[in-house]
Design a protein around this ligand. Sequence first.
Ligand SMILES: NC(=O)N[C@@H](CC(=O)O)C(=O)O
Ligand SMILES: [Zn+2]
Length: 429
Amino acid sequence: MSYLIRNVSVLGGAPVDLVVRDGVIVDSADGTEEVMDGTGLIALPGLVDLHTHLREPGREDAETVLTGSRAAALGGYTAVCAMANTNPVADTAGVVEQVWRLGREAGLVDVQPIGAVTVGLGGEKLAELGAMADSAAAVRIFSDDGMCVHDPRLMRRALEYVKAFDGVIAQHAEEPRLTQGAQMHEGDVSARLGLTGWPSVAEEAIIARDVLLAAHTGARLHVCHVSTAGSVEVIRQAKARGVRVTAEVTPHHLLLTDEAVGGSIEGTAPYDPVFKVNPPLRTAEDVEALRSGLVDGTIDVVATDHAPHAAQDKECEWAYARPGMLGLETALPIVLHTVGDALGWDGIADRMSRTPARIAGLDEHGHTPVPGSPATFTLIDPQARFTVDPAALASLSANTPYAGMELPGKVVATFLRGKRTALDGKAAA
Ligand SMILES: NC(=O)N[C@@H](CC(=O)O)C(=O)O
Ligand SMILES: [Zn+2]
């Protein structure tokens, strides 16, 4: 199909016509098959998520590569990096190739598998990093996410190993000796609720160690879901010293605080497991530091940490509930709501597309939609507002913390190499 999109604003600029043909954006609208009205819409490069849990193989009742791809396309994404904590764990060339192939078959977003750092996420033995890098999936990001690579010797070896092919280690920063039994952020709210706390220092101590290891090895480190003001400060200092470190923040850590666990959000009761997530929701001061860190570039990207969980794993007592929340279908609206004005459209394109594409080595992504570029972009209606309905999400799971919230910014359509993968709330497959 070829498309003529009339009167659309690219990154907030003056309205233009965008012509999509043969997978690229071209100049001439001659003979285009479908005309779309882009009046009032913003065109952004297709969003790229560095942190998505797709649950296939192993928990296809919570999400599959196909259903997660639908959620991604509807959220404006054209590429997602699939985390390795599946069952079996994505720690061999066979598993990463399977996930990669399933992504191709779904055909809605580019699914780039992340490989595990250690065998079975066990934290004891390096996985076959080279074999995963050399596989058809061409893995470049490795992570034990869900678990921290806490052995410093293993972390050092992993950094040294991936440096050879310019890979990156994405660390879930959590000192396990400081988070034993932790149920939420350690602070006033945890004290009030009587829940064991996860102190901020459990995250900050690992990041501090890892930036030193990254400096020592000269390898690339990426910090997953940064959640505390202290972490932002450690990363800021490391960057000032030239360490090759990048970092992500999730939409939920840009908006929600530990008060949500205490029932502060309208329509929720205390101990609602929908707010249970790792790292935990922190304080208002942390949220403020994360927002300014993202705006000043200390934090490089927004990543969703889309973590679907089946109803029985979420709708139970707090202590038994799995940590994690959905993200793909609400990420852009939450970013618009929290830091949209401060970032502007170019800043949003940078933090949600250009920079994550660069970190992941996804060269076909992150391009501003102008003639000559791949037709891999998304169209947003910034004026439209919508109310989040968990049942209406394309994800197989419903664990969104934003149920009932009214949010700005609707994804109208998404294109991947000229294929329209989502339109008006419906995915193409
Ligand atoms: N974020 C979470 O709370 N959970 C993630 C794992 C992770 O990202 O640490 C999951 O896989 O469910
Ligand atoms: Zn994690």
